[in-house]
Design a protein around this ligand. Structure first.
Ligand code: PSU
Ligand code: MN
Length: 324
């Protein structure tokens, strides 16, 4: 499939009045509210769905999915949660579709960008990872995306180089992605180096260090700190690829390094002992951490997602304003 850059919604969307279907070889449906916002150049914020199916437990996952959309709406931004519904890329899910995915959880496919053609051909239901969501959002002409934590370089790289495709997708699709850094279950210094190798411009949102998901200060110094969404909109105008905005978890929800690190070591040991590999690694570690921390890691995960949606919405507003 030929990759086409999609800069202006009007260039890439052909509105079908009743269904919001994009004229494209891809089976892709856009929710009427999202379609309307894109056509009138109002701010839209993409949200991923793997965090719903594979990252958080039922029913907290559904509650959070609804809450994140409400936060965006509250700021005057149209949320677009993205997933694959019965073989169609779906930009903006109905309440029933969200419930179906949340309840199915890990029974759904976990889709990176490269998995999409198989899921579409087989009419599957699946959630999209950061990479999968970036691909779909760009096709729909969405410019800003909020997630929890990006995938990255897993620990034990020297034995097995498990590097998430998220890093390549962040470079390739020219959206602004807001995340709380990379999960501390990863090798953070190696993840940071790979962001540089791939050419992902990384901006600290009012912070000086690359955040470690569960806590703010990883010790990895960022080259740029940005204080205002308007400056991100200005930087976005001359982007050379994707931009990653890192936003530390709010202090009240933080789990300090000294507390979470032994839990991560325990979770990684369980994954190793059970021979967990590939796509199953990240969901397994998140689930193990939930058990080991008695649910505290889930609270932190939810708090940072809310915060990222707030910041993502501000950026979406500034970019929409600058593009008018
Ligand atoms: N952040 C979370 N929970 C998650 C993920 C991120 O708090 O479940 C998901 C994202 O969708 C991310 C994916 O893209 O994990 C990375 O998976 P992998 O390491 O297999 O590429
Ligand atoms: Mn992997």
């Amino acid at each position: 499939m030929q990759e086409t850059a999609c800069m202006e919604p009007s260039e890439c969307l052909t509105h079908n009045e009743s269904h919001g279907v994009i004229a494209s070889p891809l089976p892709i449906s856009v929710h009427p509210r999202v379609m309307e916002a894109l056509r009138s150049k109002r701010p839209v914020l993409a949200l991923e769905s793997t965090v719903i199916t594979h990252g958080l437990p039922w029913p907290a996952n559904l509650e959070l999915a609804e809450e994140l959309e409400a936060i965006a709406h509250g700021q005057g931004v149209e949320p677009a949660t993205i997933a694959v519904v019965a073989g169609r890329i779906t930009i903006g899910l109905s309440a029933e579709e969200k419930r179906h995915l949340a309840q199915a959880g890990t029974a759904c496919w976990k889709l990176s960008s490269y998995d999409l053609p198989v899921a579409l051909a087989r009419k599957a239901w699946g959630s999209t990872t950061v990479a999968g969501t970036l691909f779909c959002a760009q096709r729909a002409g969405i410019r800003v995306f909020a997630t929890g934590g990006i995938g990255g370089v897993h620990r034990g790289y020297a034995q097995l180089p498990d590097v998430s495709h998220d890093l390549m997708a962040l470079a390739r699709y020219d959206l602004v992605t807001v995340s709380a850094g990379a999960k501390a279950i990863l090798d953070l210094p190696a993840t940071w180096e790979q962001l540089e190798t791939q050419g992902v411009l990384t901006l600290g949102w009012r912070c000086k260090e690359f955040p470690a998901f569960y806590y703010g200060n990883s010790g990895i110094l960022l080259p740029y700190t940005v204080e205002h969404a308007s400056e991100i909109a200005e930087i976005y105008k001359t982007r050379t690829g994707g931009i990653l905005v890192v936003n530390p978890v709010p202090g009240t929800a933080e789990i300090p390094r000294a507390e979470i690190e032994p839990c991560i070591i325990e979770a990684c040991a369980r994954a190793e002992a059970q021979g967990i590999r590939g796509k199953a690694v990240t969901p397994f570690l998140l689930h193990a951490l939930k058990d080991i921390t008695w649910g505290r890691s889930v609270e932190t995960n939810c708090a940072l997602l809310r915060h990222n949606v707030e910041v993502g919405a501000q950026i979406a507003i500034s970019i929409a304003r600058a593009a008018l």
